[in-house]
Design a protein around this ligand. Structure first.
Ligand SMILES: Nc1nc2c(ncn2[C@@H]2O[C@H](COP(=O)(O)OP(=O)(O)OP(=O)(O)O)[C@@H](O)[C@H]2O)c(=O)[nH]1
Ligand SMILES: [Mg+2]
Length: 465
């Protein structure tokens, strides 16, 4: 399987800081000979063995030495190529955690001939050596960075190769079409041109539909991966900060009965039923002469514009006024939930005025003070984004911009195929566009990508992975 020759690299694979164990990883042709120089097993039967005489995928207890100085007691994993993470010979040294042992061992490994690995270089080798495709490599980084169970599951699906399977299927469809065209060009006597055109037209339309469906998952994919951008918006003093605190279960934001308490936006992360929410508490929106508050109000509006979800808070003890209506008008095109807060007190709000703008089931009664209505709010948010639309165990979601633009470009090329057919241009043009679509799809699995793009993708990985 191994197709390229590389030098031997090493890095610390575990996170920095205190911990039970730390792991130093070495990969490449020299991995075993470097380990021979620095590792001494306790087992007398192994003392005279070279590491490449050890059984593969075993652990050996011993010490790491720098010259004659013992650095740490370790467990040494020996994994022989090609059945390893990188497809190369791999050594992993499990030593005591904390910063000192791991650093000293890494220094010793480097001194004995390895080069410090770049970010993501181990995974890059797994890709370049053909063990995983690019969609799986990107899944690895998404697993490491996952903030929620859902995000994690989405990445695991991709690691299992579900995205690659789909892309391969689309690419195969294209190959079948190009083969058909080639045949009709080479053996025109066997082929009726109108037949070819109508067959290609139909297959292209079906394929466009399939790719569009996958592309449509990108919004959900981003939300699962990065969280729902949520903004709490409303007039001053309606209880926005109180609602944030309640959702977070802590007194994060300052709450007071003085209107204009929150002046700047306050950002927090929150996890509800496995969904990430990036929530922003904003300064109450009102006409104000106060320069600082003005800036806060502008920021609040900007955040609301860029959000996935607006939680518009109204004070249920007061009648709706023009300012409320203006706010409503400002956000009416967004995904929105209306929170009627302070229902522990006498209600004076009449929501019939807004029932023609907002669906009734988007209006929720709440009391931040008495902790009422929050379970329903969380359920609503979940339903709003995921109900019926998503089976996270099965669905493949597109979650990165790179994949999104490759799919978009593939669709554009396929649309050109349809134009060529409509305008009855020669079949060669069809092949050219099909091949272009094939190439765009290959960018997702990494089969058709330039080396520098690949380098850039892996440079965003963490060190030691
Ligand atoms: N009775 C009652 N009072 C509440 C409730 N929620 C908030 N309050 C009170 O309303 C006042 C304003 O609350 P905040 O959470 O600071 O309101 P805000 O919307 O963040 O206000 P600004 O930051 O000034 O825009 C405080 O005195 C809170 O204690 C509620 O559900 N019931
Ligand atoms: Mg506030």
């Amino acid at each position: 399987m191994k197709i390229r020759e590389f030098d031997t690299i090493s890095a610390i694979a575990t996170a920095f800081g205190d911990g039970g164990i730390g792991i130093i990883r070495i990969s490449g042709d020299e991995a075993f000979s470097i380990a021979d120089k620095i590792f001494e097993p306790f087992d007398k039967n192994k003392t005279n063995l070279k590491i490449n005489e050890y059984k593969s995928h075993t652990l050996t207890y011993g010490v790491i030495k720098d010259e004659n100085l013992i650095i740490d007691e370790v467990l040494l994993s020996v994994m022989k190529a090609p059945k390893t993470y990188t497809c190369e010979d791999v050594i992993e040294i499990n030593c005591h955690g904390g910063n000192t042992s791991v650093k000293r061992i890494l220094q010793t490994v480097l001194k004995n001939g390895a080069r410090l690995a770049e970010n993501g270089e181990f995974t890059k080798r797994a890709f370049l050596n053909g063990r995983i495709d690019l969609s799986k490599a990107e899944a690895v980084i998404d697993i490491i960075n996952a903030k929620t169970d859902m995000g994690h599951k989405m990445a695991i699906n991709r690691l299992e190769g579900k995205l690659k399977q789909k892309i391969d299927e689309y690419r195969n469809d294209i190959l079948t079409m190009t083969a058909h065209i080639e045949a009709s060009i080479d053996y025109p006597e066997h082929d009726d041109e109108t037949m070819t055109y109508s067959m290609i037209k139909q297959s292209t339309e079906v394929l466009i539909e399939k790719i569009e469906k996958l592309l449509k998952t990108a919004d959900t994919g981003r939300i699962v991966k990065e969280g729902i951008k949520t903004v709490i918006l409303g007039k001053p003093n309606v209880g926005k900060s109180s609602i944030l605190n309640n959702l977070l279960n802590e007194d994060r934001a300052i709450v007071s009965n003085i209107a204009g308490t929150t002046r700047d936006v306050l950002k927090e992360h929150l996890n509800i039923n496995g969904i990430a929410l990036n929530i922003v508490d904003t300064a109450g929106i009102r006409e104000t002469e106060d320069e600082i508050e003005k800036i806060g109000v502008e920021k609040s509006k900007q955040y609301a514009k860029d959000s996935d979800l607006v939680l518009l808070v109204l004070d249920s003890t007061k009648p709706l006024d023009d300012e409320d209506m203006e706010l409503l008008d400002f956000v009416k095109d967004k995904k929105i939930l209306i929170l009627l807060n302070k229902i522990d007190m006498e209600t004076n709000i009449d929501i019939s005025k807004i029932s023609n703008i907002i669906k009734e089931d988007s209006i929720l009664k709440l009391s931040a003070k008495e902790d009422l209505g929050f379970d329903e709010l969380k359920e609503k948010i979940e339903n709003l984004f995921f109900e019926g639309k998503l089976n996270i165990n099965e669905d493949i979601l597109i979650s990165n911009e790179r994949n999104k633009s490759s799919l978009y470009n593939a669709i554009e090329s396929l649309k050109n195929v349809l134009t060529t057919i409509e305008t009855k241009m020669p079949e060669d043009f069809i092949s050219m566009d099909l091949i272009e679509a094939y190439r765009y799809l290959g960018e997702i699995t990494g089969e058709s990508l330039d080396e520098d793009v690949i380098d850039k993708i892996f440079s965003e990985f963490c060190l030691g992975k």
